[in-house]
Write a new protein. Structure first.
Length: 417
């Protein structure tokens, strides 16, 4: 049906019609507005990509976790980009603009990933199996560098103003070395020569302190000759002596720095965790967690271990985050709803939440509840990004920085997670 309207000047009926027509339109408009306000898909506050900048000219790259220093973000690349090979790249943290690069390596180009660097303040130390480079991020120049003729770990660790690594002489001797982070002054703090058929391999360095204040350095020794074995060593830096050596584990695990909490040492086994007494090295407990998960084709393995409110919070290969008792490893609760896969790097803490990546997805654990707050509805544009790094958070702005092998990203968080 077609409706036609004839307008006559000064007609009272027209005035009445106009009033009704406007009222009708306002009512429809009001309904539409209320309808939009009640539609969650149109009003959800989601993550937003503020900027992204290339870190490769072609194939995906392995790289560092983004590093924040003053007003810049530091990343690296495997290939030639911005006129440098395997460059460190300095980005303006507000807009992603490339403001500088560095590639003055002492031993030529190399690939650096999340395990082969240590950053503290203005110093960034990069490690390979034959060289170490320390860059002063304030001057963007080399602070110091060193090379070695023997094989060394590609991993580097740091604590209390020193960096630590391991070296190997032949097949029988392994050593732990350290240097002040601001100078090239390596010293061997402990050397071990194996008897029989064992080939020692030191790695996974962690740190703690005794009740009297003595500083302790811990590390793993892993060997498959003649049998699978994972040992833990503890060295008293203050007393300059070996504190203990635990040989209880017939296991072979990837390097994972032992973590110290309330006088106990924690670390992963092939399908669970171990707990040792820091003063004596005694094994207090071991527990396996395969039975908590639905998969049997791959052993559970820990990605992240953290301690909050006298709880041991662990994420591993599987869809759950475990809340454990530090006293005996028993499960307080297992919270489902997580990506089923391993992660990159370590977790970051921000305002009562843990941020990390698992199965190339952003994960945000609410420490109070264990819930994964990074739901698809909240992730927005991040749903389409495969994250290949830790999540670096600016503590002042709450902005997130991460990379996917192709771009460095800066993302804004939702107001409410």
């Amino acid at each position: 049906m077609v409706m036609s309207f004839i307008w006559k000047k000064n007609s009272s009926s027209n005035k009445m019609f106009t009033y009704l027509f406007l009222s009708f339109n306002l009512a429809i408009s009001s309904c539409k507005t209320r309808s939009n306000q009640n539609d969650p898909s149109k009003n959800v506050d989601v993550f937003q990509i503020l900027w992204k900048t290339p870190i490769t000219n072609g194939p995906a790259v392995l790289g560092l976790n983004p590093i924040l220093f003053d007003s810049v973000v530091i990343m690296n690349t495997e290939y030639e980009i911005y006129d440098d090979k395997v460059a460190l790249i300095f980005f303006d943290n507000t807009n992603g603009e490339v403001i500088d690069t560095w590639s003055d390596y002492i031993d030529g180009v190399a690939v650096y990933t999340s395990s082969s660097y240590y950053n503290k303040g203005e110093y960034l130390v990069l490690q390979t199996m034959h060289s170490t480079d320390c860059i002063n991020l304030a001057t963007r120049q080399r602070q110091w560098a060193s090379t070695t003729n023997v094989r060394q770990s590609a991993f580097i660790y740091g604590n209390n103003g020193f960096v630590y690594t391991c070296q190997y002489s032949g097949e029988k001797t392994a050593s732990v070395l350290r240097s002040p982070i601001d100078q090239n002054n390596w010293e061997t703090i402990y050397s071990f020569t194996a008897n029989g058929k064992m080939s020692p391999f030191f790695d996974g360095i962690g740190f703690g302190s005794l009740p009297n204040g003595d500083e302790i350095v811990l590390w793993q020794n892993r060997t498959r000759t003649p049998i699978d074995r994972m040992e833990v060593f503890a060295f008293n830096i203050t007393a300059d002596s070996l504190l203990w050596r635990n040989r209880d584990f017939l296991d072979f695990e990837v390097p994972f720095p032992p973590k110290v909490y309330n006088g106990k040492v924690y670390g992963p086994l092939n399908d669970g965790l171990y707990c040792l007494d820091l003063e004596t090295g005694e094994t207090l407990w071991t527990r396996g967690y395969n039975s908590v998960f639905d998969h049997n084709y791959l052993p559970w393995a820990a990605n992240y271990i953290g301690f909050y409110n006298d709880q041991l919070i662990v994420h591993g290969y599987g869809s759950k985050v475990l809340y454990l008792s530090p006293k005996d490893g028993s499960i307080f609760k297992a919270v489902d709803g997580y990506p089923n896969g391993h992660g990159e790097g370590d977790y970051s803490y921000y305002q009562g939440k843990l941020y990390f990546s698992a199965a190339a997805q952003l994960v945000i654990t609410d420490i109070a509840t264990g819930e994964n707050l990074a739901t698809p509805a909240k992730l927005g544009e991040l749903n389409d990004i495969d994250i290949r790094s830790s999540i670096t958070i600016d503590p002042e702005t709450g902005k997130l920085y991460f990379q996917d092998g192709y771009y460095l990203y800066c993302a804004k968080q939702p107001k409410v997670l």
